[in-house]
Design a protein around this ligand. Structure first.
Ligand code: C2E
Ligand code: CA
Ligand code: CA
Ligand code: CA
Length: 278
């Protein structure tokens, strides 16, 4: 709502005013926060369901804010997007993630990384060139990079997204549709997009042990995904039962708290060591 000048915002709409102020602060501080190391990436392992070996990690951004504490992306990425700063975030995450992948390669480990994209990147015709450049800079093969796009983001305007998706696909990176099952698209429509992977939304995976409807959704995504030649990933795997059901259905990859929470760089290294020492 508009207010007249001189009106004390806090007296009238305290929570809205504070929210606005906080959003404003976050946006103005964001670039510097990336430069000073307040913005960090946590990595969540993804495992192969038949073999349980680690295939890769998903990069999930975190902000250790001096005043507001540890912020999750849901608390600042929307503001960063609205302010037109999301390309800087994507560049930062790509850069940091590929540095990690390169370090693992140098130690003989083949671990890929998945980076979340904002829908805005799909409208940026120079984005594929910047992805190509960062891969070259770190000498990482494209198949070790997965780019995750939300279903709603791609489907909002598939015709507009298509040229960028095609160019990314031609680079050889893996394209994944995130949060699958929550949008309005039909799986058949996916056939027209150059995607390689679907990630079943965690809301269905949480419920599959107790809700037959969720179980049916998961099963049909696995079957149709496979019939379209896609890799199927389940996120939000929190319990043994879910992992075992998914493995029995032939789901390819699992990610979730059962396997590991998202970990800081240091903790991920410890996790990897413990696992490879087995
Ligand atoms: P997402 O891509 O769907 O990521 C999965 C989210 O589920 C993460 O939340 C992760 O911590 C959480 N999660 C993973 N396994 C489990 C589980 O077993 N149980 C439960 N309850 N949760 C689980 P997070 O890290 O808070 O990220 C939220 C969203 O923020 C992400 O959802 C993604 O859309 C966005 N995001 C994260 N990093 C970036 C980034 O670098 N750039 C952009 N544009 N968006 C990002
Ligand atoms: Ca994701
Ligand atoms: Ca491809
Ligand atoms: Ca997701």
């Amino acid at each position: 709502a508009a207010r007249t000048s001189g009106e004390p915002a806090r007296a009238y709409v305290p929570s809205m005013g504070q929210m606005f102020l906080r959003r404003f602060q976050l946006v103005t501080q964001f670039r510097q926060a990336m430069e000073t190391g307040q913005v960090k990436i946590h990595y969540q392992p993804k495992i192969s369901l038949p073999s349980r070996e680690i295939l890769g990690v998903e990069a999930l951004v975190r902000w250790r804010h001096p005043e507001f504490g540890d912020l999750h992306p849901d608390e600042f990425v929307p503001a960063v997007e609205a302010a037109g700063l999301v390309d800087a975030l994507t560049d930062f995450v790509l850069e940091q993630s590929l540095i990690k992948v390169r370090k693992w390669m140098d130690r003989g480990l083949r671990i890929g990384v998945a980076v979340n994209l904002s829908v805005r990147s799909l409208a940026n015709l120079s984005f594929p060139d910047s992805v190509s450049a960062v891969l070259k800079r770190h000498d990482v093969p494209p198949e070790l990079l997965t780019l995750e796009l939300t279903e709603s983001g791609v489907m909002a305007d598939p015709q507009r997204a298509l040229p960028v998706l095609r160019a990314l696909s031609n680079l050889g990176v893996v394209l994944a549709v995130d949060d699958f099952g929550t949008g309005y698209s039909s799986l058949a429509y996916l056939r027209q997009l150059p995607v390689d992977e679907v990630k079943i939304d965690k809301s269905f995976v949480f419920g599959m042990g107790s809700d037959l409807g969720d179980l049916a959704v998961v099963r049909s995504i696995v079957e149709l995904g496979h019939s379209l030649g896609l890799t199927v990933v389940a996120e939000g795997v929190e319990e043994d039962v879910a992992r075992d059901q998914l493995a029995a259905m032939g789901c390819d990859v699992a990610q979730g708290y059962l396997i590991s929470r998202p970990l800081s760089e240091e903790r991920l290294e410890a996790w990897l060591q413990a696992r490879t020492a087995q």
